[in-house]
Design a protein around this ligand. Structure first.
Ligand code: SAH
Length: 348
């Protein structure tokens, strides 16, 4: 029999597991607390559970725990990049960003990615597998434990397309915001998607209080297709309608991510078209100067061009900010720490 992945189970499910092992259901609450509040890494630590019970757990269950293979710390702003090993030898990348309003962790949702966005390093090696709920939770848990500082915000913006791992994502959101766990407010959770329309519609019906971030990156269907293959499947019109629907059903303002790529999507005409597209939608635009990756020839827009783009949007009364770069000295583009690790391993 497959061992039970207990760290991915809700408290209700855990009660059943515990009962099946011949223990009283209240033990589930203690076990849940060890895993999701005290962030235990082994059954040995769980000293208020009997040795016999711990023995049974060890035999029939796994306690998913990630190990940090590498941690890089920025000398500029304290941002930390973590490279975590999974039990099967795969690796994922997560980032801790320290802001005045609290600590934010950016986590991965898949090993690799299928979406193929042209400027993104995470998708170059393709998709390997989905992460489990426990593996998503563990990225936050290990960072909180290692840094010794409470995590107050979570952004699902690392490697992978979260809506392509939909059930796991939902479970993750419920568990990380659960009052029996770390109890991170849903309002402090952001999920970023390249625009999987049917899943965006399903998510809207969940009526969660999370923020949805949509990776738009272009102001026309043609330009979006050139940067993001997924745009061929779901058009820019469909994606924006799904955003409107999300706002109507949840009351949550949409964030649009727009990576500025020099000479590709950063003209004044692009800004005007973008403003037109977003007219009347309660939203916020986050401009991200693209992080060049060595596999592609895309370049960052000039500072002046970025400023002009922002001004143009503001003229049309669009809420817009330029994303502050965190950890510039440890940064390659997102996904590059993992990629350089894999490249090194293949070379040796
Ligand atoms: N698959 C999801 C989440 C992961 S990517 C999504 O597409 O939204 C997180 C964000 O980083 C997305 O907006 C993505 O387009 C952006 N991104 C990826 N590579 C980038 C790069 N080289 N420079 C700037 N932004 C990048």
């Amino acid at each position: 029999m497959e061992p039970t992945d207990i760290k991915s189970q809700s408290l209700e499910e855990l009660k059943k597991t515990v009962e099946a092992l011949g223990e009283k259901p209240f033990r589930a609450k203690q076990l849940y607390e060890w895993m999701h509040v005290k962030l235990a890494k082994s059954f040995e630590e769980m000293t208020n559970l009997s040795m016999t019970f711990r023995g049974k757990l060890k035999e029939s269950c796994i306690l998913t725990t990630l190990t940090a293979l590498d941690v890089q710390t920025s000398k500029i702003d304290g941002t930390q990049k973590y490279l975590f090993a999974l039990h099967d030898g795969n690796v994922v990348e997560s980032v801790l960003m320290r802001y005045k309003h609290g600590n934010s962790v950016c986590i991965s949702s898949q090993v690799g990615c299928k979406m193929g966005c042209r400027f993104c390093a995470s998708t170059i090696g393709g998709w390997t597998r989905n992460l489990t709920p426990a593996e998503m939770l563990e990225q936050v848990y290990r960072i909180q434990e290692t840094s010794g500082e409470r995590v107050s915000n979570v952004v699902v913006m690392g490697t992978g397309e979260p809506l392509d791992n939909y059930d796991t994502l939902l479970r993750f959101i419920h568990m990380i915001s659960d009052e029996n766990g770390l109890h991170i407010s849903q309002r402090n959770i952001t999920v970023s998607t390249c625009g999987l329309v049917p899943k965006m519609e399903a998510l809207a019906d969940e009526k969660l209080q999370i923020t949805l971030a949509l990776s738009l990156h272009a102001s026309s269907q043609e330009k979006r297709e050139a940067l993001m293959p997924i745009a061929k499947k779901y058009t820019i019109t469909q994606v924006l309608n799904a955003c409107r629907n999300y706002y109507e059903k949840t009351g949550r303002r949409i964030t649009f991510e727009y990576a500025l790529v020099g000479g590709e999507n950063d003209s004044q005409e692009d800004a005007r078209r973008l403003a037109q597209l977003l007219k009347g939608l309660n939203c916020h635009v986050n401009l991200i100067p693209v992080n060049p990756i060595k596999e592609r020839s895309y370049v960052r827009s000039d500072k002046k061009v970025i400023g002009n783009f922002q001004n143009k949007l503001e003229k049309y009364q669009i809420n817009v900010t330029i994303r502050r770069e965190m950890g510039r000295d440890i940064d390659g583009a997102c996904g590059q720490l993992r990629k350089s690790y894999i490249d090194k391993k293949e070379d040796s």
